[in-house]
Design a protein around this ligand. Sequence first.
Ligand SMILES: *[C@@H]1O[C@H](CO)[C@@H](O)[C@H](O)[C@H]1NC(C)=O
Ligand SMILES: *[C@@H]1O[C@H](CO)[C@@H](O)[C@H](O)[C@H]1NC(C)=O
Ligand SMILES: *[C@@H]1O[C@H](CO)[C@@H](O)[C@H](O)[C@H]1NC(C)=O
Ligand SMILES: *[C@@H]1O[C@H](CO)[C@@H](O)[C@H](O)[C@H]1NC(C)=O
Ligand SMILES: *[C@@H]1O[C@H](CO)[C@@H](O)[C@H](O)[C@H]1NC(C)=O
Ligand SMILES: *[C@@H]1O[C@H](CO)[C@@H](O)[C@H](O)[C@H]1NC(C)=O
Ligand SMILES: *[C@@H]1O[C@H](CO)[C@@H](O)[C@H](O)[C@H]1NC(C)=O
Length: 747
Amino acid sequence: MSWNVFLFSFSLFLAATMVRGSPDEPARKSYIVYMGDVPEASINAADEHQSLLVNAIGDAHVARSSIIHSYRKSFNGFAARLLPHEVHRLMEDERVISVFPNKRRQLHTTKSWDFLGMPLSLQNKNLKMQNDIIIGILDTGIYARAPSFNDHGYGPAPAKWKGTCAKGFNFSGCNNKVIGAKYFNLDDMAHDMELSPADDDGHGTHTSSIAAGVPVHNASFYGIAEGTARGGVPSARIAMYKVCWGAGCNDIDLLAGFDEAIADGVDLISVSIGGPSKNYFNDPIAIGSFHAMRAGILTTCSAGNGGPDTFTVQNVAPWVLTVGASSIDRQFKAAVRLGNGDRSVGVAINSFSSGKRMFPLTSGILAANSSNAQYGNASACDYGTLSAAKVKGKVVYCLDNVGQDRTIKELGGIGIITSSDFTTDMAMTTVIPGTTVSSTDGMKIDQYISSTNGPQASISRTRSFNATAPSVASFSARGPQLISRNILKPDISAPGLGILAAYSKIPSVTGDPTDPRHSTFNILSGTSMACPHAAAAAAYVKSLHPDWSPAAIRSALMTTATPMKSRDKFEELSSGSGQINPTKAADPGLVYDIGMKNYIRHLCTEGYNDTMIGLLMGGKTKFNCSTLTPAHGVDCINYPSMHMQLKNTDKVYGVFFRTVTNVGSSKSVYEATVTPPEGISVKVIPSTLTFDQPRQKRSFKVLVEGVNKHSRTQILPGSIVWSDSVHVVRSPMLIYIGRYSLGPGLS
Ligand SMILES: *[C@@H]1O[C@H](CO)[C@@H](O)[C@H](O)[C@H]1NC(C)=O
Ligand SMILES: *[C@@H]1O[C@H](CO)[C@@H](O)[C@H](O)[C@H]1NC(C)=O
Ligand SMILES: *[C@@H]1O[C@H](CO)[C@@H](O)[C@H](O)[C@H]1NC(C)=O
Ligand SMILES: *[C@@H]1O[C@H](CO)[C@@H](O)[C@H](O)[C@H]1NC(C)=O
Ligand SMILES: *[C@@H]1O[C@H](CO)[C@@H](O)[C@H](O)[C@H]1NC(C)=O
Ligand SMILES: *[C@@H]1O[C@H](CO)[C@@H](O)[C@H](O)[C@H]1NC(C)=O
Ligand SMILES: *[C@@H]1O[C@H](CO)[C@@H](O)[C@H](O)[C@H]1NC(C)=O
């Protein structure tokens, strides 16, 4: 149901959930009160939350009825319905880091694994370890009966597993593959829905199987994309945390998902959900993933579908792996044949076969109901603008629009041709025969319609074509980011275009209730699909190196990635280090590790104060940023990429301080190779690093200097590569000079 991709690409920004009060009283709204690390054992978190609320509200009874949920397993905080002055009082309390309104976030698929050079045979290398890896997925639930989750041959859940399996509507339980399933509906997001971990959308089933689905032979979407479908680490286990319901994903539920997943003992967390965020501690995904990181768990997140515009990347916290979407070497196309013999090829997932039969053809503008122009643009077939009488039984051509297939079907139309230059890389599943052609081909079709008596067309069934790949998907969100401005995000890209993976049989394949097609496989696109690919690659690296930190695993994936060619040339803005290469990531040679102290130092320099950081870290001693070793350099963090965002300036100057840890052979000598950004001088000091034992650390600095002669925005890519003739450890460098809107960051 690629319809979803479009829905998710709009950054829906919904107001906090309203709760009706009496007529003369302002409405209470749902908020999250975040308090940092789990309280000491001697403190009962629920009591602490209650007493805080009584202080703020001044009435024990109201305080009791306004609390929604206490978080206390993996971090400290609670959700409650509050009035504005109560929010202020809570913010003033020294035990509180942040108070933020509960917002709704949106959900942002197997051939892709062969394309990434990770054949199934490789999976047997460390089966025992992989068997013990548990991937926690925060999503729309799971259809555990899909063939991709068949647990034949799997032993019981690993001993470390502490999670449970909820029962409920349309959900018959877990197995040895899907070992856990929980759902969260704390602020009644799912008013009229039946509660259960069942996937009534399909998205969560899709992402789960991309990460860890078992191989299913002869899988396809009604014959399209036929082959073996499988996840990246087919022997790993899946734990589903359902935090999304029909209308989206509530912050309160997302945080509860993290709270539980960390305590349940998952090894990795994959989150294909996003939304606008201000700073890290007003963002449930940043908060949850911070505590996951402290517990040794890497969180992978989708970068969002707001591309190709810049400044659209989401989920940018420095402790998550932020993943953009790229193409694989297969494209889905469906041709249009016109009555005059002309033929154009569009992108589409059209499972309908109408043979060579021709149908009457019209266009949105010709089928318009002129009395309904106020409802939108008839050329684009906007909802409400067309006349059913003129559409019935016809194929309709719609200008520069996608997703109007339901509209045309509702009016009795039997096919849709759309034109778009934006979606030429993304095939959508339509409820009636459909395809999307380029604007140039669209113009020819339009001309044919207006110059012919009785125009006709036929739309062919989708066929797969080989394509050159990878390139970044048009919709994949782009940097730079506005929060930690000198950290490059997205970090990496992974396949997210036209991915065949498991699906839920509860909804139809398009989500349209009139669509009779229900399938355990579907083809979807989105950074949502890219994220679990990266989670599986991380799981693979973790299974080989169980003692590596989340940052070390991320570094291995980033420094071994294949640099991308994106359509807009500025590949680093859309794919960071490039496309994941899991097999290379298993042996990166060097890693850029980041410990807790380094993250904290980064937060200190980003303006988060002592009180906040003290609460984050927990413990009795008061925290003091200025007692840390002074922070140096552009970014104050040992990140595997190097990024500078400068306001329009004529002087470019900065130093990056980095430390690499030897995880390759004990004795090795690495030499630096610099590809400087155009017009900029880059010096690496020293330019040779010698290691004589494993785990040895070596530091270096990177001096960046230059003069900017332009007044318009400059995007200047370069790279630094360390190599010992066996390993290639690459860091992209990107200097962005431009006018940025001072976003909602801290400073
Ligand atoms: C795959 O499925 C098709 C029909 O869907 C069937 O004809 C074919 O024999 C199957 N192939 C295998 C290897 O099972
Ligand atoms: C309708 O949409 C098309 C395609 O975007 C555009 O070219 C045209 O100007 C629009 N017409 C009106 C009346 O807005
Ligand atoms: C046009 O729309 C109006 C309602 O706005 C409806 O009454 C009328 O029947 C429609 N005409 C046609 C030809 O569909
Ligand atoms: C597509 O690629 C596959 C595998 O690389 C190859 O076997 C096949 O012949 C190619 N098909 C076409 C039409 O080029
Ligand atoms: C879900 O439950 C409904 C009502 O019991 C049932 O009609 C439907 O077939 C179930 N769907 C699936 C996929 O099991
Ligand atoms: C720390 O920041 C918080 C939130 O911005 C603020 O309320 C608090 O007063 C600050 N504390 C100090 C010691 O500056
Ligand atoms: C933090 O440490 C610095 C240097 O040790 C000291 O001067 C300062 O007073 C301390 N601040 C607080 C709030 O303790």
